[in-house]
Design a protein around this ligand. Structure first.
Ligand code: ZN
Length: 389
């Protein structure tokens, strides 16, 4: 990111100009009448800003959509069902999946968006009304919905689930399959463009190896063999000449599989990306706050490089690396988000630090719940879905 202005191949662009465009973005919009920009939400790794030319943007959309289109084409039960898609994810258009969905709005598909920052009762009521055939969302949000379904409050029968943007842990995948009786695909992360996409015919993901070159490597950058777990991944984009990323380092760990996917795809397969699920924060009175309430504000701030949110009894303390121009406004915006979902008189403090403590994997634990035993707090909503093991 420090060398962005030298790397970008369109000389009209600078990182500052793209950041200004992103800051004003509330629905998808063109930059210079032909480009699209997205920022990584900062759930893992450092904040990244990516810009796409028109051809690359359309190719990325096709890359994300092809498994779903194929699945629908070969599954009579799906082709006969209404094409209704519910998204329980970020609402902000700087996130790639949200922005692509707006550019390529399809009149044949009915889409309902439920921002994860909405109170859970409102999301459940909205889903009960909408009755989606496909339910797409962050695993941390889908896990809460699985618990709502088990409790009998959420009454929907989706035929397909798609988990996106966060690691899908095996126990969450199982809880979703059992709660909804639907096939689950894992879409993994997406901010640097389609890298791997989920498939409902088997676990793991199809590599988009016609759009990106993926090199799983160890901590010292040496290739790791199929079957072994990498420490990180080098990604080289071969479909977006506007921002040519060559061996861009992503800290996700990845296991390339030797066997083909049961669906018959010729794309190589990777095992579900490993990692940890971001913790929801439980406050007194059973109020549950999804990590996105923080992410949606912090991810929009260009001057915040990394952050860690620590739950406090009345709100949160947020450690940030970087130099936010107006910390008080950020505190107020997050407090407003917390108040909206029912935290009484929330108190939010932002503290600038030189660095954040890293776990053994090199990643920062982004969300730290208050409870001595975080799982005890989460049982409020997640026990039915996750606690069976
Ligand atoms: Zn497949």
């Amino acid at each position: 990111m420090a060398h962005w202005d030298e790397i970008v191949a369109d000389r009209r662009l600078t990182l500052a100009r793209v950041e200004r465009h992103l800051a004003d973005l509330h629905s998808d919009a063109y930059l210079l009448d032909e480009l699209h920009a997205v920022a990584s939400g900062g759930s893992t790794g450092r904040r990244g800003v990516f810009v796409y030319g028109w051809q690359a943007w359309a190719t990325a959309y096709a890359g994300f959509m092809r498994p779903a289109l194929w699945d629908r084409a070969v599954t009579p039960e799906l082709a006969a069902a209404p094409n209704t898609v519910a998204l329980v994810a970020a609402h902000h258009a700087s996130h790639m999946t949200s922005a692509l969905g707006q550019t390529f709005a399809n009149p044949m598909v009915q889409i309902a968006r439920f921002p994860v920052t909405q109170p859970i009762e409102e999301i459940v009521a909205g889903l009960n009304r909408f009755q989606p055939t496909m339910l797409l969302g962050y695993p941390s949000a889908l896990a809460i919905l699985a618990a709502e379904a088990r409790a009998g409050r959420l009454r929907i029968s989706p035929k397909r689930l798609y988990a996106t943007s966060e690691p899908l842990l095996p126990e969450v995948r199982l809880a979703l399959e059992e709660a909804f009786g639907a096939l689950v695909a894992n879409g993994g992360t997406s901010e640097a463009g389609p890298m791997a996409v989920g498939c409902w015919r088997g676990p793991g993901m199809h590599l988009c190896d016609d759009l990106v070159i993926i090199e799983p490597v160890d901590a010292r950058g040496r290739p790791v063999a199929p079957g072994a777990l990498s420490d990180k991944v080098y990604v080289t984009g071969i479909s977006n000449p506007t921002l040519p990323l060559i061996r861009f380092e992503i800290t996700d760990r990845m296991r390339l599989l030797d066997a083909p996917c049961p669906c018959g795809s010729a794309h190589r397969l990777i095992a579900d990306v490993e990692g940890r699920l971001d913790d929801a924060f439980a406050y007194s009175g059973g109020v549950l706050v999804h990590p996105h309430a923080f992410r949606s504000v912090l991810g929009r701030e260009p001057a915040i490089v990394e952050y860690q949110v620590r739950q406090t009894s009345a709100g949160a303390e947020i450690l940030v690396v970087g130099a936010p121009a107006d910390p008080a406004t950020i505190e107020r915006e997050i407090a407003a988000q917390l108040a909206r979902v029912g935290v009484p008189r929330p108190s939010v403090r932002l503290r600038v630090v030189a660095g954040l403590e890293r776990q053994a994997t090199g990643k920062v634990r982004r969300f730290v719940p208050l409870a001595a035993d975080p799982y005890e707090a989460r049982t409020l909503a997640l026990a039915d879905g996750l606690g069976k093991g």
